[in-house]
Ligand binder design. Structure first.
Ligand code: DTR
Length: 342
């Protein structure tokens, strides 16, 4: 008869060898370890897409690549990501184009009120534009994917029912979207999303101009109970990799990441568009937010007042040797191609 003691020791030996095998195989499998820095909190869509990209890369390289993610500015912040990735403090980083006015003359076209109504259509159009032009604004990086937020709306502590209610109101935005607010009479206070909770709490701003996902993901629905639908410009993002990190990757890994470029743009857009609806439903249920539609007459005034921003962008594009009219025509063509049928 086998004594219990022998069974226990056999079980212990088996368990220990299993643990050793797993740790060795995971060490052995992860020939390449990459750090991925992201500035907003883990629940927000830039970090949700990061985790999806991590899973897909690790799966498609059969564990050869291991990605360590750092959400919530734990490795690099909104304003330090560009330099941090260039200097190799992180292998990969998430950049919100609007936080770097003037640095991205081509990609910033997507901060304009171009009439995109979904993140999916805008993300695909942005990726196509980047792929076609390979703009020199990214020459120091490998761009792994690009995507946009959903269209921006007003989330405020007091109701904005007409343009008049906006007059002089301090609202958080960034990049060209700050200029949109100025052109319609508000007072923009430019800052990264990560700085917005404190600014709202302290009353530095009375609301923000962004997509509705943050009502849930940043819990802004608690303090901004009034949501005015303007459905205007989106915020473009780029996921960048340190160039020497990229050049040091084996060809099979590069292929996995290149194949993920467009796929990740579309996945993120679809996630975002669905999540905006979920966020609004959640916010209504939890905080009884009020959804307000701006009168058509006011929406027409917004359109009229923001047109000069397109001319302003074209002027800046020209100084970067970019044919603004041609780019705008491309972006318009992509809108017709990718926007959902009415
Ligand atoms: N508000 C824009 C874009 C944006 C929309 N949702 C999130 C979530 C986390 C960070 C940014 C955003 C911006 O500030 O970039």
């Amino acid at each position: 008869m086998i004594r219990i003691g022998r069974i226990t020791s056999l079980f212990t030996v088996l368990m220990m060898s299993a643990v050793m095998f797993c740790s060795v195989s995971s060490l052995y499998a992860a020939e390449i370890s990459l750090s991925y820095a992201n500035f907003p909190p883990a629940k927000t869509f830039p970090c949700v897409q990061m985790e999806r990209w991590k899973v897909e890369v690790e799966k498609r390289t059969s564990g050869k690549v291991q990605v360590q993610t750092y959400p919530g500015s734990t490795l690099l912040g909104a304003k330090t990501t560009l330099r941090g990735v260039m200097q190799g403090q992180a292998d990969i980083g998430c950049v919100s184009i609007a936080y770097h006015p003037g640095a991205f003359p081509l990609s910033s076209v997507f901060e304009l009120p171009l009439g995109y109504t979904t993140s999916t259509s805008a993300s695909l159009a942005l990726w196509d534009l980047f792929q076609k032009h390979q703009p020199k604004e990214f020459k120091k990086f490998k761009v792994l994917t690009m995507f946009t937020s959903a269209p921006s709306n007003l989330m405020t502590k007091t109701p904005i029912r007409t343009l008049k209610d906006l007059n002089g109101l301090e609202l958080r935005a960034s990049g060209i979207l700050s200029k949109i607010l100025s052109s319609i009479g508000a007072t923009p206070v430019s800052m990264p999303m990560s700085a917005t909770p404190e600014a709202l709490q302290k009353g530095v701003v009375k609301g923000l101009f962004s997509s509705f996902d943050v009502l849930k993901d940043m819990n802004f629905a608690e303090i901004c109970r009034y949501e005015t639908v303007t459905n205007t410009a989106v915020y473009p993002f780029a996921i960048i990799m340190n160039l020497s990190t990229w050049e040091g990757l084996p060809d099979d890994v590069k292929k996995v990441m290149n194949d993920l470029g467009r796929e990740q743009a579309e996945w993120t857009g679809k996630y975002m568009d669905q999540h905006v609806n979920d966020s609004l439903a959640w916010s209504k249920e939890k905080y009884g937010i009020e959804l307000i539609t701006m009168p058509d007459a006011d929406m027409n005034i917004i359109k009229e007042k923001t047109l000069p921003l397109i001319e302003d962008w074209k002027t800046k594009a020209a100084s970067a040797d970019i044919d603004g009219d041609a780019v705008l025509a491309e972006v318009e063509g992509s809108r017709a191609l990718y926007e959902p049928a009415k």
